[in-house]
Design a binder for this molecule. Structure first.
Ligand SMILES: [Zn+2]
Length: 63
């Protein structure tokens, strides 16, 4: 029942292309597509909600 989410929440993903909409609620924002670049450390920060998406390389699958 926390009133606010952690600002810099980290989301673990298994694909390089992810969609972020802020998860709805107070941090929700228009849906955008993000790409995790290997040369950026396999992670990307959402410019809207600052959530960090991190690729789980060990579980990555080629789509
Ligand atoms: Zn976001």
């Amino acid at each position: 029942m926390a009133p606010r989410q952690e600002v810099f929440e980290t989301i673990e993903v298994t694909r390089r292309d992810v969609v972020c909409d802020g998860g709805g609620g107070p941090l929700g924002h228009p849906r955008i597509y993000l790409h995790l670049d290997a040369d950026k450390g396999d992670k990307v920060t959402c410019p809207y909600c600052s959530r960090v998406f991190v690729l789980l390389s060990g579980k990555a699958r080629v789509a």
